[in-house]
Design a protein around this ligand. Structure first.
Ligand SMILES: Nc1nc2c(ncn2[C@@H]2O[C@H](COP(=O)(O)OP(=O)(O)OP(=O)(O)O)[C@@H](O)[C@H]2O)c(=O)[nH]1
Ligand SMILES: [Mg+2]
Length: 429
């Protein structure tokens, strides 16, 4: 099965905890503070690997939790930082934050990277809290928690093969019968105005992405018709599937069509004609098509394979798909030409830092006060509640953020219960 959208959970590593320690010196009961800082937690980094084509692997692994930083140690030794956790994704992966629906990254090129969940910084050891007034603090921080988020991965397909040809030769019809794509089909020209992509599966379980492109006409390379802007898309494909109306329903000569399209491809960009072509003789169920095909074969100089089919009656599709799949396998990837410079189109890497709410106060059914919010929860997690000095520092920090005033304004009185995460404490005036 082809997976093109998955939701996963990522969490950056927590920072290592800072340490409370003191120097041991002969005849000095408590030397100076000597607790080291914790190391930084790993970032979760997504990286493009061009060998990947699907998001299949994410069906089996949906949780990515990066390791935490090492804790600080005595003798002022800092904990080691954790190495980045690298998650490989296929080119064309767009990453969105599920909660905010904001695109975090659009990963296109091999090796391109984006930090998706930052690891927390290490907590500071007690050495860092020493002041002249408090030269031997029994105070350290826990590591900062790593960023946690739910994200959606979506794969924007890059086509392996592209359907080219005059308008109304049956490109969209063909795509619709070999994939689950449902492009618009009609007898008028330029029915297709933007490329459609479909995932094709062959009977022997190979798969490739086929692009249906707007029809080309003479002069397309210089901007006539719609084709020009879409010739760019063919640059990404490895194989050109050249569709011809062999029944000549509109009165044009099939071989003239073939020459005209190839001339357009060549004039647009030399490298397009380096790609292998598979010729599709479509509409073969119509009278006159057989004769036209014979004539076509006699005139053809290139040794491109020709596949007679009828997209409407679905004849000849199996062998055609095998041939396209084979050609894709045989053909090396064409490096993308610096299209950014030519067209001014940049694939941007969006980054978005979620806005942090300091704190919010609500009340539960029992009348208790509930304090929540990113900033205050982070402070809470970084506090070592086993030490009085840390607890006192936490109270000061809450006061500094205005939590006490806000509680009072909401009617909190001495002795009321205040809840924060899984913790309860009393409001004291
Ligand atoms: N007789 C016959 N008609 C076909 C066949 N395949 C497609 N058609 C018809 O040809 C017309 C054009 O088909 P489309 O698939 O829209 O052609 P297209 O190449 O995508 O055209 P544009 O998007 O305009 O470039 C439609 O009326 C189809 O029903 C076929 O195998 N036999
Ligand atoms: Mg079409």
């Amino acid at each position: 099965m082809f997976v093109d959208r998955v939701k996963i959970y990522v969490k950056g590593g927590d920072g290592g905890n800072g340490m409370v320690a003191f120097r041991r010196e002969k005849y000095v009961p408590n030397g100076g503070p000597a607790g080291g800082d914790g190391g930084k937690g790993s970032d979760v980094v997504f990286e493009v690997n061009e060998g990947l084509r699907t998001l299949m692997d994410f069906r089996y692994q949906r949780h990515f939790k990066a390791p935490r930083g090492e804790h600080g140690m005595s003798k002022n030794m800092h904990g080691r930082n954790s190495k980045d956790m690298i998650v490989k994704v296929p080119p064309g992966t767009v990453i969105t934050d599920v909660e905010t629906n904001v695109v975090i990254a659009d990963l296109v090129e091999h090796g391109q990277r984006a930090v998706i969940a930052k690891g927390g910084r290490g907590g500071r050891g007690n050495t860092r809290f020493a002041t002249p007034a408090n030269p031997a603090p029994e105070l350290s921080e826990h590591g900062e928690p790593g960023v946690e988020r739910e994200i959606a991965l979506e794969l924007k397909l890059l086509a392996d093969a592209g359907l080219v040809g005059f308008p109304s030769v049956g490109k969209s019809t063909l795509l619709s019968v070999v994939s689950s794509a449902r492009p618009k089909i009609a007898e008028y020209h330029f029915t297709t105005i933007a490329p459609n992509l479909g995932m094709v599966e062959t009977e022997d379980n190979r798969s490739f992405v086929l692009a249906d492109l707007p029809g080309l006409i003479e002069g397309a390379h210089s901007g006539v018709g719609l084709g020009h802007q879409f010739l760019r898309h063919i640059e990404r494909t490895r194989v050109i599937v050249h569709v011809i109306d062999m029944a000549a329903i509109e009165g044009r000569d099939p071989f003239e069509d073939y020459l005209t399209i190839n001339k357009e491809l060549k004039e647009y960009n030399m490298r397009l004609t380096e790609r292998p072509q598979v010729i599709v003789a479509n509409k073969m169920e119509m009278p006159g098509a057989e004769e036209n095909l014979e004539k076509f074969k006699e005139q053809l100089e290139e040794d491109y394979p020709i596949f007679p089919i009828s997209a409407i009656t679905r004849q000849g599709l199996r062998d055609l798909l095998f041939a396209i799949a084979n050609k894709i396998e045989e053909t090396p990837e064409f490096p993308l030409i610096e299209e950014e410079e030519e067209t001014g189109v940049h694939r941007v890497l969006y980054k978005h830092e979620a806005e942090q709410t300091e704190f919010v106060i609500t009340r539960d059914s029992a009348g208790d006060f509930i304090v929540s919010g990113d900033a205050i929860e982070k402070l809470f997690k970084m506090t070592d509640f086993s030490r009085d000095e840390s607890v006192r520092r936490f109270s000061r920090q809450l006061r500094g953020m205005g939590v006490d005033d806000a509680l009072r304004a909401k009617g909190a009185k001495d002795g009321d219960i205040v809840k924060l995460l899984e913790y309860e404490f009393e409001f004291i005036e």
